[in-house]
Design a protein around this ligand. Sequence first.
Ligand SMILES: Nc1nc2c(ncn2[C@@H]2O[C@H](COP(=O)(O)OP(=O)(O)OP(=O)(O)O)[C@@H](O)[C@H]2O)c(=O)[nH]1
Ligand SMILES: [K+]
Ligand SMILES: [Mg+2]
Length: 440
Amino acid sequence: MGYENEGTIFALSTGLGRAAIAVMRVSGAESKNLLTRLCGDVPPPRHAALRKLWQDAGTKENLLDEALVLWFPGPKSYTGEDGFELHLHAGPAVIKAVAEALVAYGARPAEPGEFTRRAFTNGRMDLVEAEGIADLVEAETESQRKLALAQSDGVLSKLYQNWADRLKHVLAHQEALIDFPDEDLPPEVEQGLLTEINTLINAMQTHIREGERGERIRRGVVFAIAGPPNAGKSSLLNWLADRDAAIVSPVAGTTRDAIEVNGSLAGVRVTFVDTAGMRETEDAIEAEGVKRALFHVKQADCVLQMFPADDQPKTIFPGAVLIGNKTDLGPVPAKVLGETVVPISLQSGEGLEALRQLLEQKVEALTARSSFGAPLLTRARHKAGVQEAVACLQAALAQDWPEMRGEELRLAMRALGRVTGHVGVEDLLDAVFGQFCIGK
Ligand SMILES: Nc1nc2c(ncn2[C@@H]2O[C@H](COP(=O)(O)OP(=O)(O)OP(=O)(O)O)[C@@H](O)[C@H]2O)c(=O)[nH]1
Ligand SMILES: [K+]
Ligand SMILES: [Mg+2]
C-alpha cells in the first residue's frame, strides 16, 4: 500500500458525538516539530501537561484551544514512532481548527487502521494482536471484551509462536538427520521427531475443533426461530427482544423476510432470527420467505423449533430446542419423536423463565472455554492458517525422504507465520487493517 509509514498522520480517536473531550492522535517523524509549533515546547515524555495551542506558537497569534498534551517519543509508543495526543475540548469548531493547523504544518488525516498498521510494521504487535485490538474496540459484551483483551495482549499469538518454535526444533533435528546419515544418530531421534509432529497435529486439530466457540463469542451466538405458520415465532422474538420487533397477527404467513434482533445472554452477544412459517405455498413471496427460513436454520448455531399445542412436528432439526407454545389453549406433549419439549405460553407467560434459563445454558455450552485451557481461535483467517499447517504436517509424516519432510515442515512454519504476520503477509495487510475504523 502506498501510504505505508509515509508522512505524519493524525486522526480523532474519540467519536464524533457530543462529548466534553476529544482526543486527537498524531504519529510520525514530524511529530516533535508539529507539537513545538502548536504549543511552543515538548512536555516531558508520557506526562500529561496543560498547554495553550496556537495557530503558531512562535507568534502566539490565534489561540486554538487549551488542552492536555501528551508526548510519546518512539520507539516506546503505540505505533513505535514519535507521536502525541491532544485532549481537546470536543466542540466541532475546535477539532476543525486544530486539524487545519496540523494540515497546514504538513500532517495528513490517517487512513482507517493506519495507526495500528504502523504499530505492526514497526514490530510493536503481530497481526493476531492487532486483530485483538480491533475486536476490543468493537466489544459489546463481557465475553467479547475478555476474549479480545487476551488476544490483544498476545495470549493467542504466544500459542502460535510456541507451535512455530517447536516446529523449528523439529526441523533442526530433521536437518541433522539429513546431514548425518542414520548410522551417526540414534534411532530415537527420528522417532522423537515423528512423535512431536503428531503431538502438534493433535493440538492444532483440537484448536480448530474448539475454534467455533471463539468465533461464536466474537460474532455472537445465532439462534434461528423456525416452525409452522402461527406457531408464535414472532411473538417469541418480541418477548426475547423485549420490544415489538416483528409483526404478530393471527394470519398464517405473516412473517416473510427474516427479522434479526441482537441482544446478550449470559454475557454473550446473541442474535435471534425470526423466520417465515414453513409450509407448502402457492404465494411466490411467501415461498421465498420459506427458502430464506431454511437458509437461516442451516446457518444458525442453534435452532429454536416452535410448534403450537395442536400441531406437532413430524421432523426435528438436528440439535434444535423444541418449544411447544400456546399451553394456555391445550396441553403440549412432554416429548415429540423422543425429544424433550419445553412447554410455554407467550400469552400467559408460562414456562418463559425456564426457557430463558435453558437458552442461557445453551449459550454457555456453545461458547465454553477450551477444554485444555488454551486460548480460543477467533477468526476464519486463523483457522485457515492452522488448517494449512496441519495439512503440511500430515504431508511431512507421509514423506519417507528426509529432504521432502524438511520442506513440508518449512511450509507448516510459513503457514503459522502468516497467521501472526511474521512471514510474507504483504497481501494480507490491506484485508486485516481495512476493517479498522479511522483513529486506530
Ligand atoms: N393463545 C395464544 N395465542 C398465541 C400465543 N402465542 C402467540 N399467539 C397468537 O398466535 C398468533 C400467531 O402468532 P405469531 O407470533 O404471529 O406467529 P408466527 O409463528 O410468527 O406466524 P407466521 O409469521 O405467520 O409464521 C397471533 O395471533 C398471536 O397473538 C400463545 O401462547 N397463546
Ligand atoms: K402469524
Ligand atoms: Mg411471524
